[in-house]
Design a protein around this ligand. Structure first.
Ligand SMILES: [Cu+2]
Length: 573
C-alpha cells in the first residue's frame, strides 16, 4: 500500500484504489509475513520522531501462535481486500466487483436500484458518492469518518458457507494518533461477529495492527460439526451454491448453516468509537439452504429441496439482492459544523441523538409491491432498539421474523402476535431478518420503521414509549425515538417466487430443524455457572466473573476458567 503524503492523512484515492484492485500481493502465508517491511516504516519514523526498529508488512503477531490453524485444509480459495481509510469520494472502483454488475434485475437499467444515490449521474455506478449523512448535510472530513475503502455506500461481504476466504485488511489510517477529529484510534483488529473462526483470525482485542500494515484474516467458513457430522460431505443440504445451478457439498451439520453476519473493529478499549466512526460492515453467508435465489428448486415445492427460496431475486445463480436488503441501523451525532461527533469521556456508553440507516439520516427507499427480506443490524454502540413497522396511518404492518443473529429459525414467527406487537428489543450487534410483504399495499403507500425505545443514558434502555404517543408527537423525550426509515411502495409486474413465511410458522413446515437433545444427555452434562458483575457493586471495583460460585476474577488472558473436552456436553449458565 502506497504511503500517504503526510502524517495526518490516509493515502491518496488512487493509491487506495490501487491497493484494493491489485492482485493479492504478497501471497498470504501461514505465519505472519515478516519478510518484507511495512512500506510506510520510513514515514512512520519521521512522523513520530524516531526510526522504527522494525515494522513488517503484516501486522499479525509473529510465529506459530498466530499461524493459521489447519491452513492447508482450509486454504482460502477466494479473497477480499480493503483499506481502512479516511472519508473520501467514491471512485466507483467496486462497480465491476458487484455480482449484478448493475446489469441484472433491479440493479440493471430501469430497475429500482440501478441508480445508487437517487440523483442524476449515479446510474449504474457509485462514482462520486460522498460521505454525507444527508444530501443537504456537509461532506464529512477525512478524519471524521473512517470506513472500509474510505467510502460509502457501506460495504457488504458476500461469502459462501464452506468456502474459505482470505480477508486482507489494510490499515490506511493516519499515522498521527491525534489526527482523528477527537475520537477513534488508528488501530485495527477485525472481528467477524458470530463467525466460526479460529483464534488467530478472530479479531482478538490486543492483536491490532498499525498504519501501513495489513492483517490476513483467514475465515474457514466451515459448518460446525465439520469433524464429526456428515464427514463424507454427502448431505445435499450442507453446501454452497456452485454458481452453475448446483451445490458444492461440504462437511458438517447443515443445521448450523449461518446467514446474516457483520464484522467490525475490536481494538481493546476503542471498539465503540472505532465502530461508530465507520469500522463496521455486514456480511451475508450464502448456502444450499439460503442461496439468495428464489423460484429455483424451492423447498416449498418439494421438501427434499434445501433452498428455502427466501426473497432475493432470480437473475443470478446465488446472491441476488433485488429483494433482500441489508440495513445497518445506528444512532449518530454531529457537531455544529455537521461533522460526526463522539464523546470519549462518556464511559457509560455514548448515545447519538439521530438515527441513520446505512449511514443515511432518516432515509427513504423504494420497494416493489412484493415480499422482501430485510436484514436489520443494530450497529449502534450503546443504543438498544424496539422497532415497530407501521403505515402512515399508524397501523401495524404484519411481517415475519425468519432469522436472528445469523441463525435461520426453525419456524417463522408472525408479528404482531399475542405476545408482542413489534420486534423484540434489539441489542447492540444483534441481527433480525424479517420478511415484509409489500404487495398488501397499493403503490404509493409509505411504510415506516419507528424506534420506540427510550434511552436516558448509555447504561441501558429505559422505557418503551407507546406508538400512539410517538406518532402523535406527544412524546418529546429522546430524539432518536420516532420514525427513521421510510419505504415507498412501487408497482411490481414480476412474479414473486419467494417462499411465503406463513407456510413456515409453528405447526407447519420447518426452515431449519433444531437439534433435539435427549434428556439423558442433558442430565449427565457437566454444568458450569458464570456470574458477571462488579465484585463489590461499585464503580471503584473492576468487572469480574465468578466461575462456579468461586472468587470473582478480573480479566487475565493466562487464566483458564473452563476447559471443556471435545465431544463433551456442557450446560452453561
Ligand atoms: Cu461483534
Amino acid at each position: 500500500m502506497g504511503a500517504p503524503v503526510d502524517c495526518v492523512h490516509s493515502p491518496s484515492s488512487p493509491k487506495i484504489d490501487q491497493t484494493i484492485t491489485q492482485r493479492l500481493f504478497p501471497l498470504p502465508t501461514r505465519e505472519a509475513n515478516l519478510t518484507r517491511p511495512n512500506p510506510w516504516a520510513k514515514l512512520v519514523g519521521d512522523c513520530i520522531g524516531r526510526p522504527l526498529a522494525k515494522s513488517a508488512i503484516e501486522g499479525r503477531p509473529p510465529g506459530e501462535m498466530y499461524a493459521h490453524q489447519r491452513y492447508d485444509e482450509f486454504l482460502p480459495t477466494v479473497y477480499s481486500q480493503t483499506v481502512q481509510a479516511g472519508a473520501r469520494p467514491n471512485s466507483g472502483v467496486r462497480d465491476g466487483m458487484q455480482m449484478h454488475r448493475y446489469a441484472v434485475g433491479e440493479f440493471g437499467p430501469g430497475g429500482l436500484y440501478h441508480n445508487t444515490a437517487g440523483a442524476p449521474g449515479f446510474d449504474g455506478t457509485t462514482a462520486g458518492v460522498k460521505i454525507q449523512l444527508h444530501p443537504k448535510m456537509p461532506v464529512q472530513q477525512p478524519n471524521s469518518v473512517w470506513t472500509f475503502d474510505g467510502t460509502l455506500p457501506p460495504k457488504l461481504l458476500m461469502a459462501r458457507v464452506g468456502e474459505p476466504i482470505l480477508f486482507r485488511h489494510y490499515n490506511g489510517l493516519p499515522i498521527d494518533v491525534s489526527a482523528n477529529n477527537g475520537f477513534g484510534l488508528h488501530l485495527v483488529t477485525t472481528h467477524e461477529h458470530n463467525g466460526h473462526n479460529p483464534a488467530e483470525s478472530d479479531g482478538y482485542t490486543a492483536a491490532y495492527f498499525y498504519p501501513g500494515q495489513f492483517y490476513d484474516y483467514r475465515w474457514p467458513m466451515q459448518l460446525a460439526g465439520y469433524d464429526s457430522i456428515n464427514i463424507a460431505a454427502t448431505d445435499p443440504r450442507a453446501g454452497y451454491p456452485d454458481g452453475n445451478g448446483g451445490v458444492h457439498k461440504v462437511r458438517g451439520d447443515w443445521r448450523e448453516t449461518m446467514s446474516t453476519h457483520w464484522f467490525h473493529d475490536h481494538t481493546i478499549d476503542f471498539t465503540a468509537q472505532n465502530v461508530y466512526k465507520g469500522n463496521a460492515a455486514m456480511m451475508n453467508y450464502y448456502s444450499a439452504v439460503d442461496r439468495g435465489r428464489e423460484g429455483f428448486q424451492c423447498n416449498y415445492e418439494n421438501p427434499n429441496n434445501a433452498n428455502l427460496c427466501l426473497p432475493s431475486g432470480t437473475g443470478l445463480d446465488w446472491g441476488n439482492r433485488d429483494y433482500d436488503m441489508n440495513l445497518l441501523i445506528a444512532d449518530k451525532a454531529w457537531d455544529a459544523k455537521g461533522q460526526l461527533y463522539f464523546n470519549i469521556f462518556n464511559t457509560d456508553g455514548f448515545l447519538g441523538d439521530q438515527m441513520t440507516v446505512n449511514w443515511s439520516w432518516k432515509p427513504y427507499v423504494d420497494v416493489r409491491a412484493r415480499r422482501y427480506r430485510l436484514r436489520l443490524l443494530n450497529g449502534s454502540v450503546s443504543r438498544y432498539f424496539k422497532i415497530a413497522v407501521v403505515t402512515e396511518k399508524g397501523d401495524r404492518v404484519p411481517f415475519h421474523m425468519i432469522a436472528n443473529d445469523g441463525n435461520i429459525m426453525e419456524h417463522a414467527v408472525a408479528f404482531p402476535n399475542s405476545a408482542s406487537q413489534d420486534l423484540p428489543t434489539q441489542a447492540i450487534a444483534e441481527r433480525y431478518d424479517i420478511i415484509i410483504d409489500f404487495s398488501r399495499y397499493a403503490p404509493g403507500t409509505k411504510i415506516y420503521f419507528v424506534n420506540l425505545l427510550e434511552h436516558r443514558d448509555g447504561a441501558g434502555p429505559k422505557d418503551e414509549v407507546s406508538l400512539k404517543d410517538v406518532l402523535s408527537g406527544k412524546y418529546k423525550g429522546d430524539p432518536a425515538v420516532g420514525k427513521f426509515l421510510e419505504f415507498r411502495v412501487q408497482p411490481y409486474s414480476g412474479k414473486d417466487l419467494s417462499m411465503n413465511p406463513a407456510d413456515y410458522v409453528e405447526g407447519k413446515k420447518k426452515m431449519i430443524p433444531r437439534p433435539e437433545i435427549p434428556q439423558a444427555e442433558i442430565a449427565k452434562a457437566r454444568r458450569r455457572t458464570f456470574e458477571f458483575g462488579r465484585s463489590s457493586g461499585t464503580d471503584e471495583e473492576p468487572w469480574t466473573i465468578k466461575t462456579d460460585g468461586g472468587k470473582g476474577f478480573s480479566t487475565d488472558e493466562h487464566r483458564v476458567s473452563a476447559a471443556p473436552e471435545v465431544g463433551a456436553v456442557e450446560v452453561w449458565r
